[in-house]
Design a protein around this ligand. Structure first.
Ligand code: MSP
Length: 652
């Protein structure tokens, strides 16, 4: 029988560095889902990667004096390292700079151009560089980007447009016919009310000013808009339009695009429209999850600097508490679909309460009692009594509940079902009081049955936990003498064989002294904040003088001719020149008396800043500034056109 397919994707990440725990959220959820579906016996393709083109990268690289690739490569390596630490089991890590991706994006553009869905026109709009998003005047909020609240710049250029407006009715129909398409449900309302109802405009999909991108095959002056380039990754990764599209045929349409809520718009409107235009099926599901917040704000790269005393660095967190603890927190703590507050205290409390206490205790108490009363050999199962039956029923029924939660993508609910069994098992220990049974030789068989039930419940929980935690389940299974590879087909209660040697484990999740740990974390955060402030200052010093072409255009520079010049009274630095600029004559005072005599100045061609606000220097009116070059010792030399130029000519 053909295996069911499951194609799941994360968004591809901007290689921004400065990774924080919020970034890990989408990918850890996808990893748990991918592992779960693999354990169901499905053929899974799990895609993640990096979104490497666009203005933001181009600018960042330039400001550091390196090529975009030199800037990106170490960041991509860091990201991959982070996924390795968190045991992310992706099948492909795609980079939008990968050759196969670039070629495919070009083919996609060509196809859309040939079908008439891409056309040329003049673009004028507001661009938010951090979001790589374009906005109309009406969409801005208080003149700023409506998504992130940052500055936007006006951009005008000849561009290619995608006929997005044409697809609005089909997108609305997609939501109507297929309410599963976009989840949670609230996101549908957001899309309909904020974007579809007000009317979709055609989308500008090429740039001439940003050259760090995919060059369009039908017009070499134009480069692909990063979002089209990025969204395409979901099909380019499968070899769409390539010589070998077997993966595409096998896995498309995606079963799930998991994305943060801020990028739902791109995935639930633009992406399906592009696919419709290509004549391809749309993804089966897009899920827009909520954010990790700090102090009520989205945890983000910039806010991380003032992360209000919280340690958010995934490398540090994994190093301190292990991948399982970080994964568990992300999967369990944030109500799915909603935002969730992140604090170190919450993380530590979760680790202690669920992992160290609930799970850890069950494992260590069971093994200790089997060691003490049965020399470490698993006793016989015995007949089930009242309390046993309840525990067994709960353990046996857990899989269906977990499956149902996972089908609804409710990962926290799935985990809470498993931990309900763990808690029930701990309660069962209190109810059956094995330490009292152990004192009475005549109760040995009953004690054996209790401990068997506990070990077996532990085994079932360990198997169920495998998609979520990547280390502890294998350790638990091995301690129970089971194969760590055990899957969902061995969930029936009673799988453990009597006489199996049960090993004691060092605590799988050592208990953390929360107050002591928080104090240590605080010191780390303070040291990091200081370090960052130092680096930011250094970077700012490097980039503080950077201006845009628009800023430069504000300065009016003209060629002038000095027609008269005299010293300014009581000053050994200043000369007062009369400068002819076209039909105009201006009075200008300059600090060049040490380098030029008034006689030398007369007749010289100079460059003048003509739109400076007039000022009086030593009582003399100065209506502009004559430009000079300055060497490192402060010596000045006039700047002049290299060939004779009539006065009044502009300098650009
Ligand atoms: N490059 C785009 C996606 C293109 S997909 C065709 C992008 N990249 S990102 O690096 O900014 O974000 C990657 C993922 O991290 C997104 O799903 C985003 O929602 C997630 N998170 C970043 N900060 C987050 C939180 N504070 N909380 C939860 N997830 C957030 O967007």
């Amino acid at each position: 029988m053909e295996r069911k397919k499951f194609y799941i994707t994360t968004p591809i990440y901007y290689p921004s560095g400065n990774w924080h725990i919020g970034h890990c959220y989408t990918t850890v959820i996808c990893d748990a889902l991918a592992r779960f579906h693999k354990m169901l016996g499905e053929e899974v393709f799990f895609l993640t990667g990096t979104d490497e083109h666009g203005q933001k990268i181009e600018k960042e690289a330039k400001s550091r004096g390196v090529t975009p690739m030199e800037f990106i490569n170490p960041l991509v390596a860091q990201l991959k390292d982070m996924w390795r630490l968190l045991h992310i089991s992706y099948d492909r890590f795609i980079r939008t700079t990968d050759e196969d991706h670039v070629k495919c994006v070009q083919k996609i553009y060509q196809k859309l151009y040939e079908s008439g869905d891409i056309y040329k026109a003049e673009y004028s709009g507001w661009y938010c560089t951090p979001c790589e998003s374009m906005w109309t005047e009406a969409q801005l909020k208080g003149g700023k980007c409506p998504d992130c609240g940052r500055e936007v710049t006006l951009q005008k250029e000849e561009s290619y447009f995608f006929r997005l407006s044409k697809y609005a009715p089909r997108i609305l129909k997609l939501y109507e016919d297929n309410p599963e398409f976009l989840q949670p449900k609230s996101r549908i309302n957001e899309m309909v009310n904020n974007f579809l109802k007000p009317g979709l405009q055609d989308l500008c999909v090429s740039r001439t000013t940003v050259k760090w991108g995919v060059q369009l095959p039908f017009d070499k002056n134009h480069y692909a808009y990063v979002w089209i380039d990025a969204l395409s990754n979901y099909i380019t990764a499968l070899g769409y339009l390539s010589g070998d599209d077997s993966l595409y045929k096998k896995f498309w349409a995606a079963d799930l695009h998991m994305v943060g809520k801020e990028i739902v718009r791109f995935h639930a409107i633009i992406w399906p429209a592009i696919l419709m235009a290509l004549g391809e099926p749309v993804p089966k599901r897009v899920y827009g999850h909520g954010w990790l917040l700090i102090g009520g704000d989205k945890l983000s790269k910039s806010k991380q600097d003032k992360a209000r005393g919280e340690l958010t660095d995934p490398y540090e967190l994994v190093k301190r508490y292990g991948a399982d603890a970080v994964r568990y927190f992300l999967l369990r703590e944030i109500p799915f679909g909603s935002d969730g507050e992140y604090t170190n205290e919450k993380l530590l409390t979760r680790i202690n309460a669920d992992l160290a206490n609930d799970l850890g205790n069950l494992v260590s108490r069971t093994a200790a009692m089997i060691a003490q009363s049965f020399g470490g050999k698993l006793p016989a199962r015995g007949n089930a009594e009242g309390a046993d039956k309840e525990l067994i029923a709960l353990a046996e029924g857990a899989f269906e509940k977990v499956k149902s939660a996972m089908e609804r993508l409710n990962v926290p609910e799935a985990l809470s079902e498993i931990f309900a069994v763990v808690s029930r098992a701990n309660k069962y220990i209190d109810e059956t009081t094995p330490w009292i049974l152990a004192k009475d030789e005549s109760k040995k068989a009953r004690l054996g049955a209790v401990l068997y039930n506990l070990a077996e419940t532990e085994r079932i929980c360990a198997i169920l936990l495998k998609p979520f935690l990547t280390e502890a389940p294998a350790r638990i299974l091995e301690s129970l003498g089971c194969n760590a590879e055990a899957g969902f087909d061995s969930l029936a209660f009673g799988g453990l064989k009597e006489g199996t040697q049960i090993q004691k484990l060092t605590p799988i999740f050592p208990r953390i002294d929360i107050q002591k740990e928080l104090a240590e974390v605080d010191e780390i955060v303070q040291a990091k904040t200081k370090e960052k402030a130092k680096n930011t200052k250094k970077n700012e010093e490097k980039t503080v003088n950077e201006i845009t072409i628009d800023d430069f255009a504000k300065i009016e520079l003209k060629v002038g001719e000095v027609t008269a010049c005299e010293r300014v009274e009581n000053s050994d630095k200043l000369l007062h020149e009369t400068v002819k600029i076209g039909d105009e004559t201006r009075s200008i005072v300059s600090g060049i008396a040490k380098y030029y005599t008034p006689e030398e100045m007369v007749g010289k061609s100079v460059v003048v800043v003509t739109n400076l606000k007039p000022v009086k220097l030593r009582g003399v009116l100065s209506e502009g500034m004559i430009l000079c070059a300055e060497d490192k010792d402060g010596n000045l030399a006039l700047v002049a056109p290299e060939k004779a130029m009539a006065s009044g000519g502009s300098v650009r």
